[in-house]
Design a protein. Sequence first.
Length: 85
Amino acid sequence: MAIPMALLPEGTRVKVRRGEVPQEPALIGRTGIVTGASEYRDQALGVVLDGESVQRFFMPAELEVVTELPAAPERELAKRRPALP
């Protein structure tokens, strides 16, 4: 059983790219910041685009990372621990 988790942490700078689902053509190529990332909605990320104040939702495949934030220290420690049998 897998535990769903947000693919990009809040605060990550992203650029909108063309995805599988049709979207507004004017949004492609615009940049913004991830403001809504939750393990309960791992199929959608909330992004506030530059120059806007409204949060829009995108699928992870529609976003390209421009500036990635470092992972939380707890996550790095968890990666170093051996897996349970």
